[in-house]
Design a protein around this ligand. Structure first.
Ligand code: NAD
Ligand code: LMR
Length: 338
């Protein structure tokens, strides 16, 4: 029966393909690292997203099982699985959006930068595939350290002559998600009504919540400001320690990644006023990359917003953030240029 998912490949369920379902409109999305702790719930949530018509799930292990499982969900997106480097290009051809959560996560006691040696090479290889197969795709980069992997991706794309800074976005959405949650807790608000801009980067002091710009407007005591800033900056470590060696944030990250990917797809569709924070090539500060609010459109980033007025606490935080960010960015650039 041609309606049954088709399993192909010598090592079992390498590909699952279904008959196209009446040409439903939507975007083609690939997840690289789809069998991981983030990848699996992310794949599930993207399969539930009505803006997705085709979902490609790529990993170096276990993607056949994840693909078979997800493909049974009775939602619109057609799911196909790809296993191993030899199938990377097939996974990427024709994609509108590529989401990358591939790479190793932290264990207690590690910084995100400790992941650089392994994850830099993984991101390089995956981005080389993107230059060849879908150079116009929007790229959402999740793999840590984001402050270095985004500059790595940019250098790979530059080398290949396909770099468009409007299409490369480091995912810092989890910092915003955490900030909204923690501020809502302190202020007794519904987190769905809270919007906290988080700028800078995605590691320790580079994560800079702008509590003076929270919506709805809130005023915090100095103790609340210290508590919230520190909790938001250390949210990742809080999860790493609670998981005690079993990895870092996966479920809240998948939620955040889908929230961000959905915003990118809404932008591609042409929706007005789609605004989220992301770590992008930027002229908002003197650094070549910086996270701030961006407006997403049909070709990726349409506009990058300035930081707005900062209070003294935030100005001090900004200087600390820039110092660390500059080094992390340079480390990423040098990895490709060396
Ligand atoms: P995980 O180990 O559970 O999953 C990673 C997956 O990547 C695995 O399935 C692995 O097989 C796959 N992988 C490894 N090398 C690959 C390659 N060359 N090509 C394709 N896939 C490959 O880890 P996780 O918990 O899902 O975390 C993944 C990454 O995301 C880590 O670097 C982590 O630090 C990062 N992360 C970022 C954020 C953020 O806010 N940006 C949040 C959480 C985690
Ligand atoms: C996070 O913020 O949860 C991720 O960057 C993972 C980590 O290592 O903290």
């Amino acid at each position: 029966n041609p309606n049954y998912p088709k399993m192909e490949g010598s090592s079992g369920l390498q590909q699952v393909s279904c008959r196209a379902k009446g040409g439903a409109p939507g975007f083609k999305v690939a997840i690289l690292g789809a069998a991981g702790g983030i990848g699996q719930p992310l794949a599930m949530l993207m399969k539930m997203n009505p803006l997705v018509s085709v979902l490609h799930l790529y990993d170096v292990v276990n993607s056949p099982g994840v693909t078979a499982d997800i493909s049974h969900m009775d939602t619109g997106a057609v799911v196909r699985g790809f296993l191993g480097q030899s199938q990377l290009e097939d996974a990427l051809i024709g994609m509108d959006l590529v989401i990358i959560p591939a790479g190793v996560p932290r264990k207690p006691g590690m910084t995100r930068d400790d992941l650089f040696n392994i994850n830099a090479g993984i991101v390089k290889t995956l981005c080389e595939g993107i230059t060849k197969c879908c150079p116009n795709a929007i790229v959402n980069l999740i793999s840590n350290p984001v402050n270095s992997t985004v500059p790595i991706a940019a250098e790979v794309f530059k080398k290949a002559g396909t770099y468009d800074p409007k299409r490369l976005l480091g995912v810092t959405m989890l910092d915003v998600v955490r900030a909204n949650t923690f501020v809502a807790e302190v202020m007794g608000l519904d987190p769905r009504e809270v919007d906290v801009p988080v700028v800078g980067g995605h590691a320790g002091v580079t994560i800079l919540p702008l509590l003076s710009q929270v919506k709805p407007p809130c005023s915090f005591t100095p103790e609340e400001t210290d508590y919230l800033t520190s909790r938001i900056q250390n949210g990742g470590t809080e999860v790493v320690e609670a998981k005690a060696g079993a990895g870092s944030a996966t479920l809240s990250m998948a939620y955040a990644a889908v929230k961000f990917a959905d915003a990118c797809l809404q932008g591609l569709r042409g929706d007005a006023s789609v605004i989220q924070c992301a770590f992008v090539a930027s002229q908002v500060t003197e650094l070549p990359f910086f996270a701030s609010k961006v407006r997403l459109g049909r070709t990726g980033i349409d506009e990058i917003y300035p930081l707005g007025p900062l209070n003294e606490y935030e100005r001090v935080g900004l200087e600390k953030a820039k110092k660390e960010l500059a080094e992390s960015i340079q480390k990423g650039v040098s990895f490709i240029k060396k």
